[in-house]
Write a protein that binds this ligand. Sequence first.
Ligand code: PMV
Length: 363
Amino acid sequence: MTEQQFIPQTYSNDIFNGSVAWESPSNIALIKYWGKKQDQIPENPSISFTLNNCKTTTVLTYAKKENAEDFDFKVFLDGEHKPDFEPKIETFFKRIEVYVPFLKLFQFKIETTNTFPHSSGIASSASGMSALALCLMSIEKELQPEMTSEFFNKKASFLARLGSGSACRSIEGDLIVWGENETVQGSSDLFGVKYPYEVHDNFKHYQDTILLVDKGEKQVSSTVGHNLMHGHPFAKQRFMQAHENLSTLKTILKSGDLDAFISLVESEALTLHAMMMTSMPYFILMKPNTLEVINKIWAFRKRTGLHIGFTLDAGANVHILYPKEEKDAILDFIKTDLKGHCQNGQFICDEIGFGAKQLIINN
Ligand code: PMV
């Protein structure tokens, strides 16, 4: 598909006012997206587990307005008006206007809540942008009821990508690939697709316990981080490595080889941080407690033979990944040995999920 195919020709219906609502999850990348071209086109393919519990709920209320000159919207988080969030949404609207040409025809109220604590260091951009993109698609579906659900999901992912790259991987589950790669049929730079191959039962109910090591504001925005991959001395190698890792992961996902899975995923996490440490300017997002946790995970794995591994986002928090069968022992370990390294002892238990859900609103 091309971008052009997401530009609607005409709408068959007219609508005036109403509300739509979606609940959309966060996701955690196994192979990381870090580096982009214009319009959030990724420099390399990525693949993620969709999460189940960390999610954003967005209610989008719309009312036809008199003139169609400007965008007109207000953003509320947990019921409180948040003017600070509005420039980001304005940028998003400008970027997607050509694909959803009804944006200036309505006045919008965007009401959003997250299940995870605000400023927990867990990025709300993936769940937040995907929830908003899905709401806009629900309005487009009202304007064009004959739209297929396949097109609906693709375009929701396409729009979400223009809000925040990784958000395009939050529409569906449980494993989503984004970025063209020759070993994954149907993969695209424009939107995320469901991983189309066999996945071993070992990965079916994978757990992700997120340790909130540092809840502070991110030192570096992901936009700045992605841009630092331009002219980065190791960029070319890194982008090639991500392609190779995806092809290796395909074999691992089929065979169920948990040790190989852990090695590949941990290496990806550390490579992401290595890229940050070797950019100019350079930065370190891991905190002393991140390293403490990693070392304890390694020692515990060695001692017990359990399949516990970690991954990291662009921050200090640690995502602990493990198969459901080993949950009891690993949760015990987290509570006794790792909880003390989390701010206020906080961690969030999550697991693989199956994507966003529409919520029924009585208009
Ligand atoms: O979607 P962005 O622009 O916030 O970038 C996210 C990048 C990482 O979370 C570090 C990796 C990924 O693939 O999700």
